[in-house]
Design a binder for this molecule. Structure first.
Ligand code: GLN
Length: 201
């Protein structure tokens, strides 16, 4: 198994909280590539799509010709993790206030992701959540966060808030509603790196 130091991980750097992911991954020892162009995808072991604004990220991914190649790589088993807007980008179906959203997406996770799902009162909040396989709760930061409303049998739910999935895995794909890159806790980043090391399985 590769060491963290041997991993080359991409962070999509078009919009949103990509610097924070970069710092976290570097802290764990990997080399990090900020992905802005298709050629930056070469030789990556895995990639993170950060939080931000999913409509903007989607438009920029089309403009910079990144949507198709990333979709193809992920369909071929390339490990991909989306946080918040990144998870929205990975979904097959996107809704907001009962409306189906026709924004650009990768369409990989067999799930319906609801944008801004926690409503006005709980627009941004923090919560200690139980994560499958972790021996202590994870302090999760939610910012205009989505959750998953419906999903297929291939999706494994790793954490929920009020029984709504907020951390999920589907083979080589990982999605989280919250922002582990804004905390000091490296466990979710480690989880993703371990997923890469074990071949996305
Ligand atoms: N609400 C944003 C969206 O719909 C996501 C927010 C975030 O990434 N923190 O894209």
């Amino acid at each position: 198994m590769k060491k963290y130091e041997e991993l080359k991980v991409g962070v999509l750097a078009l919009q949103g909280a990509f610097r924070e992911h970069r710092l976290m991954l570097e802290r764990l020892g990997c080399s990090v590539v900020e992905v802005r162009l298709p050629r930056h995808l070469e030789g990556l072991d895995g990639m993170v799509i950060p939080g931000g604004e999913s409509t903007a990220i989607g438009k920029l991914m089309v403009e910079w010709k990144l949507l198709e190649p990333i979709r193809e790589m992920a369909q071929g088993g390339f490990p991909l993790w989306g946080t918040c807007a990144g998870m929205i980008m990975m979904a097959r179906r996107i809704t907001e206030r009962e409306r189906v959203m026709e924004q650009h997406r990768l369409g990989l996770l067999d799930a319906t992701v609801v944008r801004n799902a926690f409503g006005r009162q709980r627009e941004s909040f923090e919560a200690d959540i139980e994560v499958k396989g972790f021996d202590a709760p994870f302090h999760a930061i939610f910012i205009r966060a989505p959750f998953i409303s419906e999903y297929g049998p291939e999706l494994e739910v790793l954490a929920t808030v009020d029984s709504n999935p907020v951390f999920v895995r589907q083979g080589n794909l990982l999605g989280s509603s919250f922002h582990p890159e804004l905390t000091d806790d490296v466990r979710i980043h480690s989880y993703f790196l371990d997923m890469i090391r074990s071949g996305g399985m």
